[in-house]
Design a protein around this ligand. Structure first.
Ligand code: GDP
Ligand code: MG
Length: 427
């Protein structure tokens, strides 16, 4: 049984929070793309955690966690994240954490490249990509240039060190062109010795492992980082991540391209948020934005940056649901709308006097204007509700309206950040 948990919007939909809850019914949780640019906040009886690289299943002792081959892994960051969690009492051993030998290693020079290019773009155009500056785009570029190092190489460091000098020389051609000091081979060796060696015992062929688990009838969950609109192919390029955030990619990025997903659960937010640059048609500005940002606590988990916010966007969400092939939806952060007497929804875009139903090509988005409609709010605290019949009529109406507009079943409704603050909707 293979289930994918994916983001319908621009990311930060509450995927980590839903994985933490739904993983109670799973044996394995696997991240299949992205790196430590992820920021998944999870709050449960063990405390509050921000996970960047580790799957959100790590907080359940009985769940095995996998970092798949589609990921890029900053090994320093991973060692530090593991230490941070261990200090909070979380058990992490080779029994409950497995790292793909085919996953890519993010190098310190990739982080430098990311910073150099964002700063250059800011100076040259005033329009940086809004990167998290954690080296993700440069390391994926290296992967496709076949110049990156893979986790499995950490098991044979003498071979890796033979390959290292030429790659460093090649990389320094770029770094020098930006006017920065070249990287030293010795420093890279120190990086592998300090942060690579402690990870050796976790590295396996995760494809063989996951196939075995599947054959034994174990339940496997794939956890996405970011949402459909940040996908490298289907998102708002270039304001996207550099990997595939799409559910259909999960078996490939996990190491089991031979297996098919049984279902895809889309995590969709009750309003919109978008961190970083790029077109965001339904965006609120001024006081309206400030109010929603404060109510929703919309500041990046990985970066602390204030997130841009807006009302629920039907056009973008329908597109996200299609890209993710979502069978059902978990609607998150509904409680954030408690304060509103009236709630806006962006139902359409308008382009040069024409109404658009379908999400257009990225360039066109710049000229699109949002069309808002208002519905009645519930204007009371729903954070204690645990069943659908405890919800006020207006909240139920809002859920049913989104379901109808997006043509997808809303199965879960989250009304708080804590593990159990969630309602399972009746069929
Ligand atoms: P992710 O990257 O998709 O895992 O999402 P983030 O963790 O970056 O952002 C979601 C934020 O909303 C986190 O701070 C969560 O603790 C919080 N959160 C998730 N679901 C809910 C909810 O239903 N209500 C409230 N109030 N907060 C939520
Ligand atoms: Mg996040």
């Amino acid at each position: 049984m293979l289930t994918s948990i994916c983001g319908i919007n621009w990311g930060d939909e509450g995927k980590g929070r839903m994985v933490d809850l739904l993983s109670r019914d799973f044996d394995v949780v696997c991240r299949y793309q992205g790196g430590n640019n992820a920021g998944h906040t999870v709050i449960n009886d063990k405390g509050k955690f921000i996970l960047n690289l580790l799957p959100s299943g790590i907080l359940r002792e009985e769940v095995v966690n996998v970092l798949g081959c589609g990921m890029v892994i900053d090994i320093k960051h991973l060692c530090e994240e593991m230490e941070r969690l261990r200090a909070a009492g979380i058990k992490i051993t080779p029994d409950n954490l497995k790292i793909s030998d085919k996953a890519i290693i993010t190098m310190p020079y990739n982080v430098l490249q990311d910073v150099m290019e964002e700063d250059r773009l800011t100076k040259a155009t005033g329009k940086p990509y809004g990167s998290t500056r954690r080296g993700i785009a440069p390391v994926y570029a290296d992967k496709y240039m076949k110049k990156a190092f893979r986790m499995g190489e950490l098991l044979n460091l003498s071979l890796l060190y033979k390959r290292l000098p030429d790659i460093v020389a090649w990389k320094n051609m770029t770094i020098k062109a930006y006017g920065f000091d070249p990287v030293k081979v010795d420093d890279m060796i120190k990086y592998f010795e300090t942060y690579g060696k402690p990870l050796q015992e976790y590295i396996i062929d995760t494809g063989i492992y996951l196939n075995k688990m599947n054959a034994e009838g174990k339940k496997i969950m794939f956890e996405a980082q970011l949402g459909a609109l940040r996908d490298i192919d289907y998102g708002i390029v270039p304001y996207t991540s550099s990997s595939s955030t799409i559910a259909a990619y999960a078996p490939i990025g996990a190491g089991v391209p031979n297996l098919k997903l049984n279902n895809s659960i889309g995590i969709m937010k009750a309003y919109s948020s978008c961190v970083g640059a790029g077109p965001f048609t339904c965006e609120y500005f001024g006081k309206k934005a400030e109010r929603l940002r404060e109510l929703g606590g919309e500041y990046g988990a990985a970066t602390g940056r204030p997130r841009r916010v807006g009302p629920f966007d039907v056009v973008a969400s329908k597109y996200g649901i299609m890209c993710q092939g979502a069978d059902e939806i978990a609607l998150t952060k509904l409680d954030i709308l408690d304060d509103y007497e009236e709630i806006e929804i962006c139902t359409h875009y308008e382009l040069n006097g024409k109404i658009l139903d379908d999400f257009p090509f990225t360039d066109v988005l710049d000229d699109c204007k949002p069309v808002f409609e208002k519905v009645k709010g519930w204007h009371c605290d729903i954070s204690k509700c645990r069943t659908a019949d405890e919800l006020p009529k207006e909240a139920l109406d809002y859920i049913r309206l989104l379901e109808k507009l997006c043509n997808c079943k809303i199965k879960y409704v989250s009304v708080g950040a804590e593990r159990n603050a969630c309602i399972v909707m009746p069929d």
